[in-house]
Design a protein. Structure first.
Length: 362
């Protein structure tokens, strides 16, 4: 074997003879290197390897660097818990105290002006609150509701403009009359020539001197709540005190709204009107009101208008008949006094008005 021969040669010839014979033999060098490696003489083996063929050892490849993981730490921030709003109880409504109405009972010798002065309210406010058209027709024992003047003024402020603009409504048959208490009454009638029914018609009167300056003004409501197309309704405007000498006057419609006909009951007929003279200054008027419609009429009223020979309105009054609820096909009667502001009276006209029961029920 090759190993045995190598060992023999080394023993017999020695190191010197071996180097001379085998200096150029690569096989012997490899065998010697193997031997030396086995003998642990590593440094000599490296030296001998450099004397001949160079063995290049490939370096152990370095492992690729481990990729660094990029971790984004996201801290989830929970939305703050909303703090509940403190409980607020519903406001307790403050009850509105309705003042007890003041009632005045007419005694002998009292007039509308004296009652107005006693309670520090205007005559117009008394007329509006009690539906009085002619203040001369107060009766003993009659109850008057005394209004609050501030409420009346507030109502006027919401319905009237500072400079009234006359509405296109005809005002006719005007008559002026001085009252026994030193005041002035203006009577007349509204003619609805607008082509549509009207409600809440209010008439104003302004008195002017020779220079055109205002010396007094007053206002009042038309007697009929609803004035139909081409119908007429009387009015009476009272100046509580004589406004002084005036040269001209203006009479105009201050306010009117379109009428809601559906709430009124129009099928009422006035018959058998009787007029009896009670001297020069008074008339007794009586008659009947018949329901000729298909429903029951409630809040029935009768409006009377007296005219002189010139067609001017000289007296007017709104009254309730004996029964203010008239069933279908039924009738009721009325009797009242009229005190003409002028005379003699040429004719008396009576109009009845009422409401449908469905319009007044809550």
């Amino acid at each position: 074997m090759q190993t045995a021969d190598l060992a023999g040669d080394v023993t017999q010839t020695g190191k010197r003879g071996w180097r001379q014979r085998n200096a150029n033999s690569p096989d012997l060098r490899l065998l010697l290197l193997t031997y030396l490696l086995k003998s642990g003489i590593f440094a000599i083996a490296l030296l001998l390897a450099g004397c001949g063929q160079v063995i290049t050892l490939s370096p152990t490849p370095s492992p690729p660097p481990t990729a660094t993981l990029s971790i984004d730490i996201v801290v989830a921030t929970l939305p703050p818990t909303s703090t509940p709003a403190p409980y607020t109880p519903e406001p307790t409504p403050t009850p509105t105290v309705t003042p007890t109405p003041v009632i005045h009972v007419i005694r002998a010798g009292e007039t509308l002006l004296s009652v107005a002065s006693q309670y520090n309210v205007s005559v117009a406010a008394l007329q509006d609150a009690n539906g009085i058209l002619d203040p001369r027709l107060l009766q003993l024992g009659q109850e008057l509701v005394i209004p609050r003047q501030e409420e009346f003024d507030a109502a006027l402020a919401t319905t009237l403009t500072p400079t009234p603009t006359p509405l296109p409504i005809a005002i006719e048959n005007i008559h002026f009359s001085e009252t026994t208490i030193g005041g002035l009454t203006v009577l007349g009638e509204v003619w609805n020539n607008t082509g549509a029914p009207l409600e809440q018609v209010r008439v104003g009167v302004t008195l002017l001197d020779e220079a055109g300056e205002e010396v007094g003004s007053a206002e009042g409501l038309a007697a009929l709540d609803l004035i139909g197309v081409d119908e007429r309704a009387p009015f009476a405007v009272l100046f509580g005190e004589q406004p002084g000498k005036f040269a001209r006057y203006q009479v105009y419609a201050l306010r009117a709204v379109p009428g809601y006909v559906g709430s009124y009951y129009r099928d009422l007929e006035v018959n058998d009107i009787q007029v009896l003279k009670e001297g020069y200054a008074a008339l007794t008027v009586s008659g009947r009101v018949k329901n000729i419609g298909p429903e029951e009429a409630v809040q029935v009223q009768v409006v009377l208008t007296a005219y002189d020979a010139l067609g001017r309105v000289v007296a007017t009054r709104k009254i309730e008949p004996e029964h203010n609820v008239v069933p279908r096909g039924g009738e009721t009667v009325f009797t009242t006094m009229l005190a003409p502001a002028g005379g003699p009276v040429a004719r008396v006209v009576a109009n009845a008005q009422g409401r449908r029961i469905s319009a007044v029920q809550p």
